[in-house]
Design a protein. Structure first.
Length: 103
C-alpha cells in the first residue's frame, strides 16, 4: 500500500442527517415553515399574488439557506464564508517557526 492513506470522498456525509442536513439546518427549515404556516392561518386566503409571496417568503428563504451547493455544505455556509472573508483581517502577521530568527 506504500503508506498511502485513502479517505473516501463521502466520509463526512455519514455524520449528516439523510446525508445532507445538520441539526441547525433542520431547525432553520422547520422554523421558517412553521412561521409560514402561522402566517397562512392568520391572513385571509383571498390575497393578491404579492401578498401571498410575502406570506410564503419565510419558507422560501429557509429553503434557500439549507439548499446544498457544490464545494460548500449549503448556502448558509457559503454566505457565512463570504461575510467572514469581506469583514475579516486583511493584513496577516507572520508567526511561524522562524519568527525569532529575524531581527
Amino acid at each position: 500500500m506504500n503508506s498511502n492513506y485513502l479517505i473516501p470522498a463521502n466520509s463526512k456525509k455519514s455524520k449528516l442527517i439523510l446525508g445532507w442536513f445538520t441539526w441547525i439546518d433542520l431547525i432553520i427549515f422547520a422554523v421558517g415553515c412553521l412561521f409560514t404556516l402561522v402566517m397562512l392561518f392568520i391572513f385571509n386566503s383571498s390575497m393578491s399574488i404579492s401578498a401571498m409571496i410575502l406570506v410564503l417568503s419565510p419558507a422560501l428563504v429557509a429553503s434557500f439557506l439549507v439548499m446544498p451547493v457544490p464545494n460548500y455544505h449549503n448556502m448558509l455556509q457559503l454566505i457565512t464564508n463570504i461575510i467572514t472573508f469581506i469583514l475579516g483581517r486583511k493584513r496577516f502577521y507572520w508567526k511561524g517557526w522562524c519568527i525569532n530568527d529575524e531581527k
